[in-house]
Design a binder for this molecule. Structure first.
Ligand code: 6R9
Length: 660
């Protein structure tokens, strides 16, 4: 049974426990509904009230929302603030200086605790070092670092001086880095000699060197290098500086750059339906507000909580739920360098036990791989660990199938902890549709109801709202503070992608299909409606992978589709036509490996196709269009029962059934 069917047929309901309701900041359905109503009556006023209560402003704003250039909305436009001040100084000033902000656990298990006072001092020193290199407000700084204290410090330091950071996940290749360095017009790169994952040291710096060699006409003047392992590291004189050298002797205080609420805090590149990744631009004030609110309301973060989000800072989840949100709430949080299966599949449970984690946020793909590993290996099963500190669990990145949900609920949460299935996107900045722990009865596989103030609904292709029970396009009817502001350097693409003319330019189009339960109105996400795949919670554009494949000298033509996969949610399946004749057997295997490695180099290992199938041609209509629906059926291994009468070349379907 497909996930969608099993979710739609799901009848189990888990109401919040009395204890959870009592403790929760948003307590009870009536409180939730009151907030939704307030927002419906006056959304600008609702968010303005919250922005005054939760954000510390240097200059208070007088105007909550400027819609004059919609869809380029401006929230709290005449207010000024500094995000790093809100995360760090504010906690120290409130007497939390000695509270642990970060518990860093390294690959080898070594633990480093950093207090708020420490984190502020480290951020100030690096911010001063950035300024000393001439980096200033508005400059773009690219960060290519693994999970580390320095990663958080680097982002916070950029925010402190008003520089716009763009973090690139350490798994992306030199080629991907090059593209982002050029598109963002970065003036500096922050990286490390190597990263440590699963007992291995993996070089990072060589990819930066290669990217800068490739990037013709780039503006990078300085490369800051964190010494993580001390492994061999090429340093280019006059350009590369060691992080530890440059921060030594810097002052531990640094006056923040007070910026307008709309000043860009960061760019984060993500995949869309065309070949080129989009630089999603976020603001300072509105983004920070939602980061704070969702940590306080969805995760119910309290002063004594220990929060752990297992995402990487290279993804948006690591921005909102590691670098910014938890710190702006003054929480203690874990920063984890390693992988869930090292040294064994009990690593997560052991860390929850050791650090008394109370709120745990991870991805369905991690849960599924741990189910597989732990059900086969009783020694690392969660039942062997003391997980009583947990009170709230979260899920993000892709739909969580009810089976994985139940395992997570029973085995990790001991049947006590609500699972918050949070639906959101790089573009939305924070949670959009999610249960709240003290409010929402849970249904496995459903992300339930919108976060208070988010006016989400489902429409048909003309933008008309559909009744509950019908599937359609997920949209948001009103602007909200943490929404994407634009695509860096491509305002036109921003409008076309997110506020299309089909919907009169008024609805935010998420790019996901969804439906609402006919009785409860609960949302179920049915997957992307564009050419974007979700592999292990990572967004990959099919066009991006196709362009990488056709860039290989052997390849004449390629088409990429997704197919369901038990472990990774979706798997990448590539249909390839070579310039030479169609290969078979060993030859096909050899070329398939070559092409996988090629894609790994062009984009990164996460983009390597799982299946590669060779054909003399691709299934095309007589007018030459690739019939993707046939490819999707072939990828799934389905019999072709569809109408193939418009197909130019039916015999190639047989060829494309075979995996190389
Ligand atoms: C935060 C993040 C966004 C896409 C999104 C959707 C999928 C994320 C989900 C979910 C079902 C959830 N997605 N959370 N689908 N249920 N709880 O993942 O951002 O990397 O931009 O991906 O991920 O398809 O459109 P991002």
């Amino acid at each position: 049974m497909s996930t969608i069917e099993s979710v739609v047929q799901e009848t189990r309901v888990f109401p919040p426990s009395e204890e959870t309701v009592k403790k929760a900041t948003i307590s009870g359905m009536a409180a939730y509904e009151a907030l939704c109503k307030e927002a419906e009556q006056d959304y600008a006023g609702y968010w303005a009230r919250l922005a005054r209560e939760h954000v510390t402003w240097k200059t208070p704003f007088t105007k909550s929302l400027d819609e004059s250039e919609a869809p380029f909305y401006k929230w709290f436009p005449d207010g000024t603030l500094n995000v790093s001040y809100n995360c760090l100084d504010r906690q120290v000033e409130a007497g939390k200086g000695d509270k642990v902000a970060l518990i860093f656990e390294a690959d080898d298990g070594k633990v480093t605790k950093v207090t708020y006072k420490d984190l502020l001092a480290r951020t100030a020193k690096f911010a001063n070092a950035l300024r000393a290199q001439g980096i200033k407000k508005g400059d773009r700084v690219l960060i290519y670092l693994a999970m580390s204290v320095e990663g958080v410090v680097a982002m916070q330091a950029c925010a402190r001086i008003g520089a716009i950071h763009s973090v690139v996940f350490g798994g992306f290749s030199a080629k991907s880095l090059e593209e982002r360095i050029l598109d963002a017009g970065a003036v500096a790169v922050i990286t490390a000699d190597e990263q440590c994952r699963g007992g291995k040291n993996i070089p990072l710096k060589p990819a930066v060197d290669e990217a800068l060699n490739l990037a013709v006409g780039h503006n990078v003047k300085t490369v800051f290098v964190v010494k993580r392992t001390g492994g061999a590291c090429n340093m280019v004189a006059g350009r590369d500086v060691w992080y530890h050298d440059i921060v030594a002797g810097q002052s531990e205080t640094c006056e923040p750059e007070w910026v307008d609420a709309e000043h860009p805090l960061f760019l984060l590149y993500t995949s869309g339906s065309t070949g080129k990744p989009k630089g999603v631009q976020h603001s300072s004030g509105g983004y920070l507000l939602h980061a704070i609110l969702t940590n306080k309301w969805t995760f119910d973060l309290k002063d004594d909580d220990v929060f752990w989000c297992t995402a990487d800072i290279g993804w948006v989840t690591g921005h909102t739920y590691i670098t910014y949100g938890p710190l702006a709430c003054g929480a203690t949080e874990i920063v984890f360098e390693s992988v869930p299966t090292y040294p064994d599949a009990g690593r997560f449970w052991k860390m929850i036990q050791d650090h008394k984690v109370s709120v745990f946020y991870t991805a369905p793909t991690a849960i599924r791989s741990l189910i597989k590993a732990n059900e086969g290996n009783p020694a690392t099963h969660p039942r062997n660990y003391d997980l009583k500190s947990l009170r709230i669990l979260g899920s993000v990145g892709e739909p969580i199938n009810p089976e994985a949900w139940m395992w997570y609920y029973n085995n990790v949460g001991g049947g006590r902890c609500p699972i918050l299935d949070t639906f959101w996107q790089t573009e939305t900045g924070g949670h959009m549709i999610t249960p709240l722990p003290g409010v929402t009865p849970l249904v496995p596989g459903s992300c339930t109801l919108p976060f208070p103030g988010i006016q989400a609904t489902i429409v048909d292709e003309t933008g008309h709202e559909l009744e509950w029970g019908k599937g359609g396009f997920l949209v948001v009817k009103k602007p909200w503070p943490s929404m994407i502001r634009t695509i860096w350097g491509d305002a036109d693409r921003f409008k076309k992608s997110y506020f299309p003319a089909d919907f009169q330019g008024k609805l935010y189009l998420a790019g996901d299909g969804a439906m609402r339960d006919a009785k409860t109105g609960y949302f179920t996400i049915m997957g992307r409606i564009d050419d974007v795949l979700n592999v292990s919670g990572h967004r990959m554009g099919t066009m991006e992978i196709e362009s990488a494949l056709v860039a290989n000298p052997l390849v004449a033509e390629a088409a990429v589709v997704g197919r369901p996969d038990d472990l990774t949610g979706e798997a990448i399946c590539a249909f390839v036509v070579l310039k030479q004749s169609r290969p078979s057997d060993e030859d096909a295997k050899k070329i398939a490996k070559e092409l996988r490695d090629w894609v790994g180099k062009e984009i990164g290992p996460i983009a390597k196709p799982k299946d590669i199938r060779f054909g003399e041609n691709l299934p095309k209509t007589r007018s030459g269009k690739i019939m993707r629906r046939l490819l999707r059926a072939l990828a799934k291994g389905e019999e072709i029962t569809q109408d193939v009468s418009t197909l130019e070349n039916p015999h190639i379907l047989d060829q494309l059934k075979q995996n190389a």
